[in-house]
Design a protein around this ligand. Structure first.
Ligand code: ADP
Ligand code: MG
Length: 269
């Protein structure tokens, strides 16, 4: 929901970033206010995951120019752990498996770190079990997944549900969901999208990174941004996603060629 007077939660200005001396982001600008749902779309290799990893503080990526302000603070100066605790949540495109670490305990430690940051008391095992059982409903998840190792042997859909469960417990201010729809069948997609919709509120914001329109049939974005070659080329409302579905990304090449002075950049597909 767009409210022009809502506080800005995330302000990305002219963000440039590289990995292994290769420039990936070439001036990303994005302003996200409380209550908004943004979708970033774009072909493979356009820099979507790079943007999300930089926001989460992934050490492999170097910010070479620009700024990111999160809830009034310089996000880029905060350690990844502090970012997570203060309410920046990233759901990975490929959630990691952590053999030997109980999912329940993993979720409890993460939840307590977030609670401590908010000045709330730590939940012991029993109190946490009550909370987690209540939140399982958000993603219609079976409690047996709590007793297993984090994501170990989970199907693609179960991993994504586990990510949304984590989000339901952490109550982030800014949730970044990187291709949460990839590899999901329609039932799992509905459940995951339903969870995201339940958790979106006027106090928080959601950044959905997706390749396909189909997720946006279930989660209605306030803004859609098209990313290409490390920049946001175009911003519109939810109708922009529908237009992309019809026209594809061919116009992107022409616009990039114009921007880069006649050269047509090659994107990996
Ligand atoms: P998207 O998520 O839009 O598909 P990515 O952000 O994953 O795109 O990748 C953007 C570009 O950056 C690609 O060309 C990719 O190969 C490159 N890239 C991303 N991460 C790394 C890395 N760790 N090492 C080398 N190149 C990378
Ligand atoms: Mg990606």
């Amino acid at each position: 929901m767009i409210r022009p007077d809502a506080p800005v939660l995330l302000e990305i200005r002219d963000l440039h970033a590289s990995v292994d001396d290769q420039t990936i982001l070439k001036g990303v600008n994005l302003t996200i206010r409380a209550g908004e749902i943004h979708a970033v779309m774009g072909r493979n290799g356009s820099g979507k995951s790079t943007l999300s990893k930089i926001l989460a503080g992934h050490p492999a990526y170097t910010v070479t120019a620009g700024s990111v302000t999160y809830n009034g603070e310089n996000l880029l100066e905060l350690d990844p752990e502090i970012r997570a605790r203060s309410g920046v949540f990233l759901s990975f495109q490929y959630p990691v498996e952590i053999p030997g670490v109980s999912n329940l305990e993993f979720l409890r430690v993460a939840t307590n770190a977030r609670r401590a940051h908010r000045g709330e008391e730590e939940l012991d095992t029993f109190a946490f079990e009550d909370l987690v059982r209540e939140r399982l409903a958000v993603v219609q998840m079976d409690p047996v997944f709590l007793d297993r190792s984090v994501n170990e042997g989970f199907s693609g859909g179960e991993k994504k549900r586990n990510e949304i469960l984590q989000m339901a417990l952490l109550e982030p201010l800014v949730a970044i969901l990187d291709e949460t729809d990839s590899g999901l069948d329609i039932d799992a997609l509905r459940i995951v999208a339903g969870g995201v919709n339940q958790l979106a509120s006027s106090d928080n914001a959601t950044l959905l990174i997706t390749h396909y329109q189909r997720l946006l049939d279930l989660i209605t974005p306030d803004y859609v941004h098209v990313m290409a070659a490390g920049r946001i080329l175009r911003t519109g409302g939810k109708e922009l996603a529908l237009e992309l579905e019809r026209t594809g990304y061919d116009w992107v090449d022409q616009e990039l060629a114009r921007l880069e002075g006649g050269r047509t950049p090659v994107e990996v597909g």
